[in-house]
Design a protein around this ligand. Structure first.
Ligand code: HEM
Ligand code: HEM
Length: 343
């Protein structure tokens, strides 16, 4: 009974965290990061008038406080009733992460949104989401019911493939966050080509031409200042890396799909992975075509978090269903399976 409610509470915390990611994404997309210039209070008050950008920035802070509270409760609950030490450790990591995340949020406001701090805030947000999602998986009835002896899964080498997928998606998220917070999202205004070339020339003369083009086509105003070589490079890295992400996610999904007779949920996870990576490519392109429409850019950022979370959950599920080499030999499964020992 206790376990069932703990799982449900963890799931609720994960869903609330996802809503918080959307709310945070809207702060960035609407450029409301400095709509409230002070922190921890907002205009010296707990509840300022929710008008203009304040709605997004203060709303985000309110949801963040709620998620912080949920994380505190979840951690204490896990410490009180969970016997697996590594689950307790992960819950503590989650709690520390949410505290640092709140501090980074405050810091980025106090420091007037430096790209490094804002990008770190964006990256830690998605990492925290993965931690809460992983905790939910570890507390789930599916995880607890596994015995971890499915040799076909170990033989398929899917673990390594999924570990690589997690890493490449994470790199893509960092590139995306750096792009967003260095305002490089429209440094290349066309898609799929870049300034009508597959590999744009980046000589000073060409960059001056690109800047002229950006102003004439109303992508940027003269007052915005010119786009730099570095901004174009950041933008292109995210685009080219997307090809790697796309290919690897499709490959891993196929390998996972093949394993569905052994474990039904792998078919579902594989389908969601394919759906998410396709959605991301379409939304990425639309972010550019719509000149960073707030909803589209936020959807792209939030679905990026879903893709990362799904890769992590797939990797952990595969580890759990296959078991460790030791558990394969000795026949012991159950709580002896510690993901960090396998990785
Ligand atoms: C659990 C805690 C929090 C989470 C998970 C979280 C998550 C996020 C996310 C996902 C974004 C969007 C990043 C992007 O689109 O690139 C964001 C933006 C932002 N967050 Fe948070 N946040 C949290 C707490 C806070 C707090 C306490 C503050 C306090 C001021 C804050 C201030 C901001 C600001 C100012 C931005 C916009 C940054 C920019 O546009 O450069 N956040 N947050
Ligand atoms: C293939 C998988 C992809 C993933 C997983 C992905 C992920 C992300 C994420 C997570 C962000 C926001 C990071 C943050 O601020 O927290 C982002 C930003 C961005 N992505 Fe992608 N992306 C992908 C493909 C693409 C493609 C193909 C394009 C199109 C060329 C693209 C264009 C953009 C743009 C323009 C932004 C910045 C938006 C802004 O400045 O508001 N992405 N991406």
């Amino acid at each position: 009974m206790q376990t069932k409610w703990l799982f449900r509470f963890s799931l609720f915390t994960a869903i609330s965290t996802f809503c918080l990611l959307i709310a945070g994404g809207m702060v960035t997309s609407t450029g409301s990061g400095l709509a409230v210039p002070d922190w921890p209070l907002s205009y010296g008050r707990v509840m300022p008038p929710m008008i203009g950008g304040i709605f997004y920035e203060h709303g985000h802070r309110m949801i963040a406080s709620f998620v912080g509270l949920l994380t505190v409760v979840l951690t204490f609950w896990i410490f009180r009733f969970e016997e697996r030490r590594w689950v307790r450790k992960l819950a503590a990591v989650g709690l520390i992460a949410v505290v640092i995340q709140g501090l980074l949020g405050g810091l980025t406001v106090k420091m007037m949104l430096p790209p490094e701090v804002s990008a770190a805030h964006a990256t830690l947000a998605q990492t925290f989401f993965c931690v809460v999602s992983a905790l939910t998986l570890f507390l789930s009835p599916w995880w607890l019911a596994q015995t971890g002896h499915k040799q076909e899964i170990v033989d398929s080498k899917i673990r390594r493939t999924l570990a690589v997928v997690v890493a490449v998606v994470f790199v893509q998220l960092i590139l995306g966050a750096v792009m967003r917070h260095t305002h490089s999202g429209l440094a290349v205004p066309d898609f799929p080509l870049a300034y009508e070339q597959a590999l744009p020339v980046l000589s000073p003369e060409k960059i001056a031409e690109y800047n002229d083009h950006l102003i004439k086509s109303d992508v940027r105003l003269y007052a915005d200042g010119p786009i730099s070589r570095e901004q174009i490079l950041i933008h292109l890295s995210h685009r080219y890396w997307a090809v790697v992400v796309f290919g690897l996610v499709l490959y891993a999904s196929w390998k996972l799909w093949v394993l569905r007779p052994t474990e039904k949920r792998f078919g579902l996870l594989a389908s969601f992975l394919v759906l998410m990576v396709l959605t991301q490519v379409v939304l990425g392109a639309y972010t550019i075509i719509t000149r960073k429409h707030e909803i589209i850019a936020t959807a792209h950022q939030s679905f990026g978090a879903v893709l990362l979370m799904l890769s992590v959950i797939s990797l952990l599920s595969v580890i759990r269903a296959g078991g460790t080499e030791r558990s394969q030999k000795t026949g012991s499964g159950g709580d002896a399976l510690v993901p960090e020992k396998i990785l």
